[in-house]
Ligand binder design. Structure first.
Ligand SMILES: Cc1cc2nc3c(=O)[nH]c(=O)nc-3n(C[C@H](O)[C@H](O)[C@H](O)COP(=O)(O)OP(=O)(O)OC[C@H]3O[C@@H](n4cnc5c(N)ncnc54)[C@H](O)[C@@H]3O)c2cc1C
Length: 418
C-alpha cells in the first residue's frame, strides 16, 4: 500500500486525526468478541451512501461509512462534475416530491462549502409536441404549488436565441432548480459527516457470498467489522456484489459526457443566459448544463449505452459518440457544433428495469439494506434517499414506497421513469 509521509493512505483517511480506535474483530474471534462497535455500517460513499450515513448520524447512531476508492471517486456514478436537479417528472409525483424535498439539504450543503454546490441556473425541458408528460408535469406542479413556467416556441426563441428551436412546440422552465456540483457535494458531505463525529474508512468490503445470516462485513485485508445493521449503497457495483440477487435486476450501462469550449468571450452558454436543459426529442433525450466554473458546455445523450463493468470498463470516448453529439449540436446549438472538445467522461448508469430506485431490506438478512439503482436520475434525490433509508434502517418508516421495493424490480429493461 502507498505510504505518504510515513502514513498509509488508509491511515490518513481513518478519522479526523487518524486517531479513531475502531472496534474491529478478526476471523474466528468474532463470535466471542465484544458487542458490535457501530449501530450501522454503510458500505459505499457515493451520493446515496453518504446521505444515508449523514441522516443516520443525525438520528444519533454510531455510524461507520466505508468506501473502496473514496467518496465520489473517478469510477463512481457520483464522481462526475455536475448533475441536474429538477422536479419535472410527468405523473411520477414520488420523484417530483423527493427532488423538491432534497433542495433544502442541497442548499444547506452549499452554505457549508467554500464553493457552490447548487448553482441556481434554472432548468428548461423542451418537447417536440405537447405530449402527456408535459400536461402531467403542469398538473403536478399546479397541485403541489411548485413554480413552473410554460413557454411556447416564440417565448423560447426570444429568451434563448442561442438555441435553434426547429421542431419544438413547448418548454417547461423551473426557476428554482439548477445544477449540483456532484463530486464536490459528496466530498463536502463526507467532510461534514466526519466533522460531526461520523467515522469513515477507505476500505473495500468483500462480497459476503451465500451465507444464512450476515454477522459482519470483511475487508479486503481480512478484518471483520460488525454492527447491528448494514447498508449496501454500492451503485453500479450492486449486481457484482450480490450476483444472485441483483445480477439480473440492475443493469450498468456506458454513458458518455462531453464538454465543449464556447468561443472566447461568448457568454451565451453560461448561466444565467443558459439554464440546465433537456431536449425530450421524441423520447430520444439529449441534455446538458451551461458552462459552469469555466469547465465548458456539458452535453450528453441520455439513451442507455452498452452494458458496462464499473471496474474495468473502457472509459475512453468513442468516435461514434462524439459524432452523435456533434450532429445534435449542429441541429440545436449551431454555434457550438465546430467548437473544441475540452473534456470528456465515460460514466455508467445503474438502471433498474424501469428506472425506479431500490431502497429495501435484503430478503434473507433482516439486518441488511440495499440502496441504489439511481438509473441516471438518482443524484438529485440523494438527501431524500438518505432520509428514507435512515428511517427504514431505524424502523421509523411509516409507509414504505412500493416502487422502491426489491419485489418490483424486474429482469427486463423497459425504461418508464424519465
Ligand atoms: C453520466 C451521468 C449523468 C447523470 N446525470 C444525472 C443528473 O443530471 N441528475 C441526477 O439526478 N442524476 C444523474 N445521474 C445519476 C446519478 O449520478 C447516480 O444515480 C448516483 O450518483 C448514484 O449514486 P450511488 O451512491 O448509488 O452510486 P456511486 O456513486 O457509484 O457510489 C457507490 C460507491 O460504492 C463503492 N463501492 C463499490 N463496491 C464497494 C466495495 N466492495 N466496498 C466498499 N465500497 C464499494 C464505490 O467505490 C462507490 O464510491 C447521472 C449519472 C451518470 C453516470
Amino acid at each position: 500500500m502507498a505510504k505518504t509521509a510515513g502514513l498509509t493512505r488508509r491511515e490518513l483517511m481513518k478519522g479526523a486525526a487518524g486517531a479513531v480506535a475502531l472496534t474491529a474483530l478478526r476471523g474466528t474471534a468474532q463470535a466471542a468478541g465484544p458487542a458490535p462497535g457501530w449501530d450501522t455500517i454503510v458500505v459505499g460513499a457515493g451520493v446515496f451512501g453518504a446521505w444515508t450515513a449523514w441522516h443516520l448520524k443525525r438520528l444519533g447512531q454510531r455510524v461507520l461509512l466505508l468506501d473502496a476508492s473514496g467518496p465520489a471517486n473517478a469510477r463512481a456514478s457520483s464522481g462526475g462534475e455536475s448533475r441536474m436537479t429538477r422536479t419535472i417528472y410527468g405523473a411520477d409525483d414520488v420523484y417530483t416530491r423527493m427532488a423538491w424535498d432534497s433542495l433544502e439539504d442541497w442548499r444547506w450543503l452549499s452554505s457549508r462549502s467554500g464553493l457552490p454546490i447548487l448553482h441556481p441556473t434554472g432548468v428548461l425541458m423542451f418537447f417536440g409536441k405537447r405530449e402527456p408528460f408535459v400536461d402531467q408535469t403542469i398538473e403536478a406542479h399546479t397541485r403541489l404549488k411548485m413554480p413552473l413556467e410554460v413557454l411556447d416556441r416564440g417565448a423560447l426563441a426570444r429568451r434563448y436565441p442561442q438555441i435553434a428551436w426547429d421542431g419544438v412546440e413547448v418548454g417547461l422552465f423551473e426557476p428554482a432548480l439548477g445544477v449540483l456540483m456532484a463530486r464536490r457535494s459528496v466530498q463536502t458531505l463526507v467532510s461534514e459527516y466526519r466533522a460531526a463525529g461520523g467515522e469513515y474508512r477507505l476500505e473495500e468490503v468483500r462480497a459476503p457470498g451465500d451465507v444464512d445470516a450476515l454477522e459482519g462485513v470483511t475487508t479486503r485485508d481480512g478484518e471483520t467489522l460488525t454492527a447491528q445493521r448494514y447498508v449496501f449503497a454500492l451503485g453500479p457495483w450492486l449486481p457484482k456484489f450480490f450476483p444472485a440477487l441483483l445480477g439480473n435486476r440492475i443493469f450498468p450501462t456506458r454513458q458518455e459526457v462531453l464538454f465543449f469550449a464556447p468561443e472566447a468571450g461568448d457568454d451565451r452558454f453560461e448561466a444565467p443566459h443558459l439554464p440546465g436543459w433537456a431536449d425530450f426529442n421524441d423520447g430520444d433525450i439529449y441534455y446538458g448544463m451551461p458552462d459552469l466554473e469555466s469547465r465548458g458546455f456539458k452535453i450528453a445523450h441520455d439513451a442507455h449505452g452498452a452494458a458496462f463493468d464499473p471496474d474495468n470498463g473502457d472509459r475512453r470516448l468513442s468516435a461514434e459518440g462524439t459524432a452523435d453529439i456533434r450532429a445534435y449540436l449542429k441541429k440545436r446549438f449551431p454555434a457550438l457544433a465546430g467548437r473544441p472538445l475540452v473534456e470528456s467522461r465515460v460514466c455508467q448508469y445503474e438502471n433498474s428495469s424501469n428506472g425506479d430506485l431500490l431502497i429495501d431490506r435484503h430478503p434473507r438478512w433482516p439486518n441488511a439494506f440495499l440502496v441504489g439503482a439511481g438509473s441516471g436520475h438518482g443524484f438529485k434525490h440523494g438527501p431524500a434517499v438518505g432520509r428514507y433509508a435512515a428511517d427504514l434502517v431505524t424502523a421509523r418508516l411509516a409507509t414504505p414506497e412500493p416502487r422502491f421495493s426489491l419485489a418490483t424490480k424486474g429482469e427486463r429493461q423497459h425504461r418508464e421513469v424519465h
